[in-house]
Design a protein around this ligand. Structure first.
Ligand SMILES: *Cc1c(COP(=O)(O)O)cnc(C)c1O
Length: 338
């Protein structure tokens, strides 16, 4: 069976760097959505707790329930709950959804400051506060998300200005409607590192914690180390004669007599099929032929191979981002903390 190893030292190293920017561990909200970016929800939650992370962010209620015992605070980004919870906060993404939240639910309001994906419009702020009050919800926070924090452009600055205005207005509205002190946050990984003097209440950090962040040179931060490595086991091997072809469609033709090993990691397990015929492992084992559902073939005689130890390298070949490489990894692959 293919196997994932999770390097605890590397994870803690990444959290150390993040904590330098947030200035305290208490302001790290670790994003654990999508099975902790493919790393394994419970494995990462357990290690985060050991490090002293107290906050987590997930997409759905079900994920939040599974990690409730590890954290003091969990933010659900995109699901309306059936009942309120002590630890779990739920996001309001749309003005019309407010009426669907159960009475007394702890909520945070997402505001659209320019990404135009989720969140209420800036001009709807007062109406949202009134509706939240009317529904009897407990508003604890107001947040936004940057659309281009990882690009060198002016967009970062106008979105930051927009959120400044939102914060000011929200503070006034909180007093007017009798809500307590609000929590404000706007930073994902890239945005956190653009702050020279971080002063928000928390940062929602995903990819940096997993050590697979790629930023333009001018705004990059050194020292992150990938947490996840993926290994595959040999199922079988064979000697090929010059001219023999490998796999579906016979798309790889042996240039000379060689040995091809076939390993138990295919696109059904999360190996992006676009890498077919076009990938070399960190130990220079060449992938040959098409990746199939549960198999991929390499020019080598090893019993076990390291497929990757840095998702960014696979992402480059697949012309995608590390996030997609990682979240493609199926939950049933065995995870081991080292
Ligand atoms: C996924 C997500 C994050 C984390 O982003 P990274 O780039 O992985 O740090 C933060 N906030 C929201 C709303 C998200 O959806």
């Amino acid at each position: 069976m293919a196997k994932i190893t999770l390097n605890k030292n590397n994870f803690f190293n990444n959290l150390d760097i993040i904590a330098r920017f947030t200035k305290t561990k208490d302001k790290i909200a670790l994003v654990l959505k999508d099975n902790a970016y493919g790393h394994g929800l419970l494995e990462m939650a357990g290690m985060a707790q050991e490090y002293g992370v107290k906050k987590a962010v997930v997409q759905h209620c079900e994920e939040a329930k599974r990690i409730e015992r590890f954290f003091d605070y969990i933010l659900v980004l995109a699901e309306i709950p059936h009942a309120k919870s002590e630890k779990i906060r739920y996001t309001i993404n749309d003005l019309h959804s407010i009426a669907k939240f159960p009475h007394a639910t702890l909520v945070e309001l997402k505001v659209d400051t320019g990404m135009h994906r989720n969140g209420i419009a800036m001009r709807e702020l007062k109406e949202a506060f009134a509706k939240i009050k009317e529904q009897g919800l407990v508003l604890e926070g107001v947040f936004t998300h940057h659309r281009s924090a990882d690009e060198l452009s002016s967009e970062w600055f106008w979105q930051t200005d927009n959120f400044k205005k939102v914060k000011q207005e929200a503070k006034e509205l909180a007093e007017e409607f009798g809500f307590g002190k609000l929590r404000f946050h706007s930073s994902n990984s890239a945005a956190l590192f653009r702050n020279t003097d971080f002063s928000e209440d928390m940062a929602r950090v995903g990819i940096a914690a997993y050590g697979c962040m790629e930023l333009p040179h001018a705004i990059s931060v050194e020292g992150f180390k990938p947490v996840l490595s993926l290994y595959a086991q040999k199922i079988s091997s064979r000697k090929l004669k010059k001219g023999d072809c490998v796999g579906y469609g016979g798309t790889y033709e042996a240039h000379q007599d060689c040995v091809v090993g076939n390993f138990d990691f295919g696109y059904g397990d999360g190996f992006l099929r676009i890498c077919s015929n076009n990938y070399k492992t960190p130990h220079a084992r060449q992938l040959v032929g098409r990746i199939s559902m549960d198999n991929s073939s390499f020019l080598c005689e090893d019993e076990e191979i390291l497929i990757f130890d840095d998702a960014l390298q696979v992402a480059k070949v697949a012309q995608t981002i590390s996030y997609e490489v990682l979240t493609s990894l199926k939950p049933y692959i065995k995870r081991e903390i080292i």
